[in-house]
Design a protein around this ligand. Structure first.
Ligand SMILES: [Zn+2]
Length: 299
């Protein structure tokens, strides 16, 4: 607890960065707004066909995120050149899904580490996979024809925010912590990637301070409402969140650390977690969750 209080300034600053990344404001540098647009435009393009776990689109997305990590100067797994953590799953087949065989599905988490030689590490994560053509289910689209679910908000928005934060953490020389950036796969099918990571972590969880998840942060509404889930997972979050000086945002706190996204996997390993979320919308899990609907904010 002492540790938390001592570093609450850093945490507040980090949370401030997380908040403003939900809507790129003038507080972000000129280069970052286009960078976030480029990330989202590519990852949510038809070329990647909705980034279904195990698909060519997932592979292309993981390669893109790896390149971004490399440019940011993050180190790979065990100090190697590779950022990819491969995992396999043998899913229980949903009788209503289009997938009839029970063959193993191979997925990849993309793991980048910023080593500041600090004692403790902060994990910032977001899932990059989405529903593809809904081959494995999950679509809320009522139409019959096969359509690409681009998942711009769900969750290229979280990936773009995570990459922008990585850049800012480096530029601002926030060295109180090490930072582990995690792009998960298999989230839509049941938090597969984050579950695998928490069972096979690349850092010692004894030295992890907390985990922050960004899932669907691209559709900030006019009233600038942001939900933060997990505020009850350590007694410190309340005061730290109240300290963030971004009055234009209407923050709604939710205590539970268990929810339908990857922070749950970390909370179940007894880590304090937060999940940032700009809210539900009519395009959720539909082919219409597209790039042009992302709220990039003022430029
Ligand atoms: Zn999601």
């Amino acid at each position: 607890m002492k540790y938390f209080n001592f570093f609450s300034k850093t945490i507040s600053l980090l949370l401030f960065l997380l908040l403003i990344s939900c809507q790129t404001t003038k507080k972000f540098t000129k280069d970052q707004i286009p960078a976030m647009k480029v990330d989202i435009t590519y990852l949510a393009s038809d070329e990647l066909e909705g980034r279904l776990i195990g698909s060519k689109g997932e592979k292309l997305a993981s390669e893109y995120i790896s390149k971004r990590y490399k440019k940011l100067g993050l180190s790979g797994i065990n100090n190697s050149d590779s950022y990819l953590q491969t995992f396999d799953v043998k899913p229980k087949v949903n009788p209503h899904s289009m997938v009839k065989d029970t063959s193993t599905i191979i997925g990849h988490n993309v793991v980048g580490f910023l080593n500041n030689k600090a004692k403790k590490t902060v994990i910032i994560g977001a899932h990059y996979n989405h529903l593809g053509y809904s081959e494995m289910g999950g679509s809320l689209f009522a139409g019959k024809e096969k359509q690409i679910h681009n998942g711009a908000d769900d969750n290229t928005s979280g990936i773009a925010a995570m990459l922008a934060i990585a850049e800012r953490v480096k530029a601002k020389k926030l060295k109180t912590y090490n930072y582990l950036f995690l792009a998960f796969s298999g989230e839509e099918e049941g938090l597969w990637g984050s579950n695998y990571f928490t069972k096979n972590p690349t850092v010692d969880f004894k030295n992890v301070a907390f985990m922050i998840n960004m899932d669907m942060v691209g559709r900030l509404d006019e009233e600038k409402r942001i939900a933060i889930h997990g505020t009850g997972t350590t007694p410190v979050w309340d005061s730290v969140i109240d300290e963030i000086k971004v009055p234009e945002f209407k923050i709604k706190k939710h205590e539970s650390g268990v929810g339908p996204s990857d922070h749950t996997s970390f909370y179940l390993q007894n880590l304090p977690v937060l999940h940032f979320f700009t809210g539900q919308h009519e395009n959720y899990h539909k082919p219409s969750d597209d790039t042009e609907l992302i709220n990039y904010g003022r430029t």
